[in-house]
Design a protein around this ligand. Structure first.
Ligand SMILES: [Zn+2]
Length: 313
């Protein structure tokens, strides 16, 4: 099928319809899986277990198989879970996280709580219902750990972090521990990382900068005195733009809603600097997230030009 000739509306319409079909077939598949398990002893199976059947015969990865089996079993007990999956209110992952906590009496309220939530948010719901004690700090040398980050809520107020890093970071942690000894005599990693991030945010976080300016009553030098043709946006303009745009991407969607992005924001020249737009006037500067900044650049300069000077997001 040639998708390149589809109109934009048709393309998006198809994707949203396919997603609906995907969700409802997933629900139906889970119901069938539960029935396969119920009949397991009477079926002519080559595989020793449902898990082996899912990975070997159905071609799922281990984690895909684990999630499907967990949710299929739970769905056999509580069919409203499968309905919620068909309607797209919850994901396989969120149900898997909550799976040990479902009971006949909390099933409906737990589903309502998890609806539309991210994995992280659901981990917090689970941790709140079933808190675990803090884990002691440990730094392992030599062992080959997972090479990805884990952020694991233990309760509603405590989180366990696990990550693997280079020897250079260990050196920095040890050094920071020495320097902070008067403030954090026990040298707990929580205190060391807390102090470090506090110092970083004090320097880099525009919100904190604006709060400081408010408290001290100081201001950056008047941007009107700065060279309007310099590409550099003066600090006074940055402060004003951040305040005006509320630390959020200023892109307006066609339906009037605003892009909610608050991370990775960039200062954008509305009339581009290359076309003579001034840097020292807040009216010509706005906050945009990375994707909307790129989109704005494509509108002005065209795709080919932009691809050359923007890195892939
Ligand atoms: Zn945006």
């Amino acid at each position: 099928m040639d998708l390149t000739s589809l109109s934009n509306e048709d393309l998006l319409d198809r994707v949203s319809r396919l997603r609906k079909i995907e969700r409802s077939s997933l629900g139906v598949l889970l119901e069938h899986m539960a029935e396969v398990e119920r009949r397991w002893a009477r079926l002519p199976m080559k595989e020793p277990s449902l898990f082996a059947y899912c990975t070997r015969a159905l071609g799922y990865s281990e984690s895909e198989a684990y999630k499907r089996i967990t949710v299929a079993r739970l769905g056999a007990k509580f069919p409203i879970i499968i309905e919620a999956i068909k309607e797209g209110r919850v994901h396989l992952t969120t149900i898997t996280i909550l799976s040990p906590l479902f009971t006949a009496s909390n099933c409906e309220s737990l589903l309502a709580q998890a609806a539309g939530k991210t994995k992280r948010e659901v981990q917090f719901i689970a941790a709140d219902l079933s808190p675990r004690p803090d884990v002691p700090d440990s730094i392992h040398a030599g062992a080959r750990g997972d090479d990805y980050d884990v952020i694991d809520p233990l309760s509603s107020s405590r989180v366990r972090f696990t990550f693997t890093a280079g020897a250079r970071l260990l050196k920095m942690v040890d050094r920071a521990r020495d320097i902070l000894r008067h403030k954090a005599p026990t040298g707990r990693l929580e205190d060391i990382f807390g102090e470090s991030l506090d110092t970083l945010l004090e320097k880099k976080d525009p919100e904190r900068r604006l709060k400081r300016l408010e408290e001290t009553g100081r201001q950056a030098p008047d941007p009107a005195d700065c060279d309007p043709m310099s590409r550099r946006i003066p600090q006074g303009v940055r402060d004003a733009v951040w305040r005006r745009d509320g630390g959020q991407c200023s892109h307006q969607n066609p339906d009037g809603t605003r892009c909610p992005e608050r991370g990775g924001l960039e200062f954008d020249h509305i009339v581009p600097h290359a076309l003579g737009g001034p840097s020292n006037n807040a009216k010509n500067i706005r906050l945009l997230c990375r994707s909307h900044n790129r989109l704005a650049a494509i509108r002005v300069f065209g795709d080919a030009v932009t691809r050359r000077w923007t890195r892939p997001a």
